[in-house]
Design a protein around this ligand. Structure first.
Ligand SMILES: [Zn+2]
Length: 362
């Protein structure tokens, strides 16, 4: 008999997370502690529960100013090495306790330089934090492997510098590169020199595309920049026509994305907050899963969206009636799409993911 799909059971299932922002996943109490230690004065509350609610409501409010303010606070308290180490270590512990066995966590090093840290010191501090967190998680009986992605901010002009940083630390835990920040007005092609450099270096990258902005953003990311994966990519549904009789027609770009198995890093709850979908049940992930795109499930910002991998999976189970085989499919999709080497991906699929789901389905 398969195990009932309760949140507790889903938590024990091995999960893989490809799209999670380091500055979007702090524990509320840690934000408060770090603010006190660093003299950061601007927090809206110094009570952990109140602050957690404030983060979620601000992200939910539909106001861009409030949404950006949430990240001003988290980044505001992450401006020294000790803070970065603590945040990264707790991130690894929290993901591991949630049953995540492999995660790619991303952040923009340029956001942590307000107090004079060099880019290199930001990266080494975050790597040290993940190393400590992986070790503490292992002691608690949860094995997790974390790779990091370095983001460049679309509105700044530092993408080549950040791409070089990612390549410099490719053997020290950095597994890829991304561009993040506002899509409108900042097409990915503004960063062509960075993508060109990464391709020359045989390095991996994903691009936030097709969240707020539609098909041109996705097309540029894939065909001009050479993105291996799409951050969100929900708007690929603009190129899919569903007729009243239920028949489905894919346009050329949608076909290309599906044919080439280009992974979509989908973040359902986060998309509800930004208005990209009205509800989980109406989220394009249902259609794209039915059409067998390379769909992966992700958290984006666990603090702002008040979610975990377990709660995302549980919400999908409730909305679409997915079973363990579906959750395994999302997980294997994500593992196949990870930026670590083939041998390691295969080992995680065969030795951890498949036995984990087999035990739940037996
Ligand atoms: Zn994101």
């Amino acid at each position: 008999m398969p195990k009932p799909m309760t949140p507790d059971a889903i938590r024990t299932a091995p999960k893989v997370l490809l799209h999670d922002h380091l500055d979007g996943g702090l524990r509320p109490q840690t934000v408060i502690d770090l603010a006190r230690e660093s003299g950061y004065q601007d927090l809206p509350s110094t009570d952990a529960d109140e602050l957690a609610t404030w983060f979620r409501d601000a992200a939910d409010s539909g106001s861009l100013e409030l949404y950006l303010e949430t990240f001003a606070h988290t980044c505001g308290v992450m401006q020294d090495e000790a803070a970065l180490i603590r945040v990264a270590a707790e991130c690894a512990e929290d993901l591991a306790a949630d049953g995540v066995v492999y995660a790619e966590v991303r952040y923009a090093p340029e956001l942590f330089q307000e107090r004079g840290l060099s880019l290199d010191r930001v990266v080494t501090a975050v790597q040290e934090g993940f190393r400590q967190g992986e070790a503490r998680a292992a002691e608690a009986g949860h094995r997790i492997r974390i790779g990091t992605l370095l983001c460049a901010m679309r509105q700044n002009a530092r993408s080549l510098e950040i791409a070089e940083l990612a390549v410099r630390y490719r053997d020290a835990g950095v597994v890829g590169f991304d561009i993040a920040g506002p899509e409108a007005g900042y097409p990915p092609t503004r960063n062509l020199d960075a993508f060109e450099y990464l391709r020359q270096q045989n390095a991996h990258f994903t691009i936030h595309a097709g969240e707020a902005f539609g098909l041109p953003s996705i097309w540029e990311a894939i065909q001009h920049c050479g993105a291996e994966r799409l951050g969100h990519g929900v708007r690929i549904t603009d190129d899919i026509k569903v007729s009243d009789d239920g028949s489905v027609q894919l346009g050329r770009l949608a076909n290309y994305v599906r044919d080439r198995r280009i992974p979509l890093e989908m973040c359902p709850t986060s998309n509800l907050q930004t208005g990209a979908a009205p509800s989980i049940a109406e989220h394009p992930i249902g259609l794209l899963t039915r059409l067998r795109f390379r769909v992966t499930v992700n958290t984006d910002n666990r603090l702002m969206s008040h979610c975990t991998m377990t709660s995302e999976f549980a919400a999908l189970v409730e909305a679409f009636g997915y079973d363990w085989a579906d959750l395994q499919w999302f997980t294997v999709n994500a593992m196949k799409s990870a930026f670590i080497g083939f041998d390691e991906r295969l080992a995680l699929i065969n030795d951890v993911i498949k036995p984990g789901y087999a035990a739940l389905m037996a």
